[in-house]
Design a protein around this ligand. Structure first.
Ligand SMILES: [Zn+2]
Length: 470
């Protein structure tokens, strides 16, 4: 008897943790961090609903925090087995986890000072979940394998990673389990990407599975076609340059920034944008781009053709400048010429992007370009909602700059793309599809869509619910 339990990302989009239990071993696919309300998230991240000692091994599908951010907690609490991923995922996870440990330490110090000022006692929920030493310990347990190479992860279980086309190194996991002599195959999509993205290959077709655990983030949404992104980006830059303004682009340091660099490189070489300077102003984005450079094995050879044979590769061209030094970053504020500034954090909550927005928001010549999801109650969302005034560093500022939104960028498949992926599976084998990693409305819509495509059984996994697979 096989058992599947969702311990996270069940009817929500954070904290991915899916346990598969055979008669002999327990495996955990992803160990992501829960995000949201501080007190509740802190409790859910620390109080694991299973013993870490009881796990034989883990699989990490990709390096986003909601899929890898709790491995240091797991290791700190006693897990000593392997964490299987692609080599690129291990490198992205090392960057993302170290950054997370630093942010947690910074937040803890800030909150401690604030509580001290307010004469409030220190509360446990402010303590970091882990520090950099815990991150190093978790990274020491990663073992890596290339795509499409079966790996013996546990007695009676072989794991093969397939390209998910979501972020660099992202994988779907296909587990072949000898179930009391009967072979059963379970597929996990992790986060499923899209076709025709810059840099990455399209998601691999997945060989036959009996059961599929499938993400559903955009189960009720359709994205604009990616082919629109390049021409819309060109238009925004040309318009701003003709007014003598700057284009400020808040972007996640991993993946979205490299996609933008890649598209800008294309537009620059084709002469479709003027030769104005492009600044990537984020130490983390600079580090992430270095990881991309080291993992050409993850690139789509067709999409990257023309770039790969050049020594500089896709992430360098003559008007592109990477900035790590804070003094160099500050100098950008004094520039009086058209330019493009790509900076983090992606939702404008912290980091250098906030300074760039402060200096850009009041000038109608400038454009703020939104290329990613903005969560509620963030500065990024206020800008995306086109509010007339936004709060920056506690002060209200009138938004005179233009705000443009490009909807084509998304690293997740929409419901039509998920439907195409599931339809491509061998339906003589596929018994049940379990939906995870989605809000209830998106999941309900995707369920109907998949049933309409002829999928036999589509179920929505609930937090902590165990289903038997036979
Ligand atoms: Zn992801």
């Amino acid at each position: 008897m096989l058992k599947l339990t969702a311990y996270g990302a069940a009817q929500e989009v954070t904290g991915s943790k899916h346990m598969l239990e055979t008669s002999h071993v327990r495996l955990l696919v992803d160990c992501g961090i829960f995000q949201g309300h501080r007190e509740e998230a802190h409790r859910k991240n620390l109080e694991l609903p299973f013993s870490p000692y009881s796990l034989y091994a883990c699989i990490n599908t990709h390096g986003h925090l909601d899929h890898c951010g709790a491995y240091p907690v797991l290791v700190k609490q006693g897990f000593s087995g392997d964490i299987l991923s692609t080599p690129a995922t291990r490198d992205i996870a090392s960057l993302v986890l170290r950054d997370s440990a630093r942010i947690q330490a910074y937040d803890a110090r800030f909150l401690e000072k604030q509580e001290h000022r307010n004469h409030q006692p220190w509360r446990k929920i402010f303590a970091p979940l882990y520090d950099e030493a815990d991150v190093e310990a978790a990274l020491g347990q990663y073992v890596t394998t290339a795509y499409r190479r079966p790996y013996p992860i546990a007695p009676g279980v072989s794991a093969t990673l397939y390209d998910a086309g979501h972020i660099l190194g992202s994988a779907m996991a296909r587990l072949e389990v000898q179930n009391d002599g009967e072979p059963l195959v379970i597929g996990f999509t992790g986060d499923l990407g899209r076709k025709n993205m810059p840099i990455l290959r399209d998601p691999d077709p997945l060989p036959a599975v009996d059961y599929l655990v499938c993400e559903s983030t955009y189960g009720d949404r359709l994205h604009d076609d990616m082919s629109l992104a390049e021409s819309e980006l060109a238009q925004v830059i040309n318009d701003a340059a003709s007014r003598g303004g700057r284009v400020i682009i808040p972007a996640f340091a991993v993946e979205r920034t490299q996609e933008l660099i890649f598209l800008l490189h294309h537009l620059h070489d084709a002469g479709r944008i003027p030769p104005i300077p492009v600044y990537v102003d984020s130490p983390m984005a600079v580090s992430a781009t270095g990881i991309f450079r080291a993992h050409g094995e993850c690139f789509d050879a067709d999409i990257c053709s023309g770039f790969l044979e050049r020594a500089a590769g896709p992430f360098a061209f003559d008007s592109l400048h990477y900035i790590s030094d804070p003094e160099e970053s500050k100098k950008l504020n004094d520039l009086r010429m058209p330019c493009v500034i790509i900076s983090a954090s992606g939702m404008c909550e912290a980091g250098r992007i906030v300074h760039h927005l402060l200096h850009a928001v009041g000038d109608p010549r400038n454009t703020i370009l939104i290329v990613g999801f903005m969560a509620a109650n963030t500065l990024g969302r206020a800008l995306a909602d086109k509010r007339p005034e936004v709060k920056i560093f506690g002060q209200l500022h009138e938004v005179k700059a233009r705000v443009k939104i490009l909807n084509a960028f998304s690293a997740h498949a929409d419901y039509r793309e998920i439907g195409e992926f599931v339809s491509g599976l061998d339906h003589t084998r596929l018994k049940r599809v379990f939906l995870v990693h989605g809000e209830p409305a998106a999941q309900a819509h995707l369920r109907e869509h998949l049933l309409g495509l002829g999928v036999r059984s589509v179920e929505i996994l609930k937090q902590g619910e165990t289903v038997a697979l036979a």
